[in-house]
Design a protein around this ligand. Structure first.
Ligand SMILES: NC(=O)c1ccc[n+]([C@@H]2O[C@H](COP(=O)([O-])OP(=O)(O)OC[C@H]3O[C@@H](n4cnc5c(N)ncnc54)[C@H](OP(=O)(O)O)[C@@H]3O)[C@@H](O)[C@H]2O)c1
Length: 291
């Protein structure tokens, strides 16, 4: 699954199953986790300026790629622009270049606007739409220069996506990374993104680090028992069968290995049961009120 690729609307390819790194910050832990992830087959790594681990990831890859007989082009690195760096121009450009510097990369495979709202602006402030549009123009320039191979967004709802594709300097976002698991199944958002060739990528696929509600969901557990797999594997497989990309995070060796073992099939009736979970809530931040 880690070698399965999605073709993006800009012609580049993104690995279906990647690795989330939020909350892994100590150098020794980053190096161990990346070592185990590369050994398990992961080739795609998701970080963000906000995660405060780009420098550590850069150092880890420098050490680990030769060990695993890999080079930079064999791995896929995603980072994200933080809310304080919205607004385009030098501020946005410097933030992207700082991520490149910390990760010791000449290019990023994917760079996302982390959040549709700007730091310091109230969610209801109409200027949010103005500054995120300015941000996009700068990302398009960096994309055209080859520093950002693909560019996209994160936490954009249908309204934010419609607004951007209608006025995007000719470059539609390649990816929209959103919270996505059976407690926040969003077929309308999936449909909207697909209609523009935008790939949806699921963050917090296991419900995130703050709750076990999704992993402990009775339907998820009953399906896991029927298929003789773990609840975590059911959740990741459910996403993959929706043709949505996924980036589970795991610091424990057991989880790192377990989460790539998703080469089984959830039958259509059980997919439907997961689609129809009556709970509809995000456990992470919610951008719906960002103008
Ligand atoms: N764009 C955004 O706004 C945004 C927001 C949140 C996250 N993200 C990205 O998405 C990634 C994944 O989301 P997330 O970190 O919030 O949460 P997640 O991947 O849904 O869940 C991670 C939690 O699940 C545990 N876990 C991992 N595999 C498991 C398994 N097979 N069985 C049981 N438990 C398991 C992990 O434990 P251990 O670590 O102890 O193994 C950790 O506590 C992040 O790391 C980040 O890269 C993006």
């Amino acid at each position: 699954m880690t070698s399965t690729l999605f073709k993006l609307n800009d012609g580049n390819e993104l690995p279906l199953l990647g690795f989330g790194t939020y909350l892994i910050t100590r150098q020794s832990e980053i190096t161990r986790v990346c070592d185990e992830a590369l050994k398990a087959g992961y080739r795609s790594f998701d970080t963000a300026a906000f995660y405060n681990n780009e420098t550590e990831l850069g150092l880890a890859f420098k050490k680990l790629l030769p060990k695993h007989n890999l080079t930079r082009k064999d791995i896929y690195i995603t980072s994200k622009l933080w809310i304080d760096d919205h607004g385009g121009g030098a501020k946005t450009e410097n933030a992207a270049k700082e991520s490149l510097r910390k990760l010791q990369c000449e290019y990023l495979d994917l760079y996302l606007i982390h959040w549709p709202g700007a730091g310091g602006l109230a969610p209801s402030n109409p200027n949010n739409a103005v500054v995120r549009r300015q941000t996009w123009s700068t990302l398009v320039n960096l994309h055209k220069k080859g520093l950002l191979k693909s560019i996209g967004v994160s936490n954009y709802n249908i309204r934010h996506i419609k607004e951007l594709v209608s006025d995007c300097d000719g470059v539609k976002p390649a990816v929209n990374q959103v919270e996505w698991h059976p407690h926040i199944y969003q077929p309308d958002l999936l449909e909207e993104c697909r209609s523009h060739g935008i790939l949806l990528q699921a963050f917090s696929p296991l419900g995130g680090t703050n709750t076990k509600a999704v992993l402990q969901d009775p339907v998820v557990n009953s399906i896991a028992e029927q298929l003789k797999v773990t609840p975590g594997r059911v959740l990741i497989r459910w996403i993959i069968q929706h043709k949505v990309a996924v980036i589970p995070k795991a610091a424990s060796s057991k989880h790192i290995e377990e989460n790539v073992q998703v080469d089984f099939v959830i039958p259509p009736n059980l997919m439907e049961e997961l689609n129809k979970r009556p709970i509809h809530r995000k456990y992470d931040w919610d951008s719906d009120n960002i103008v």
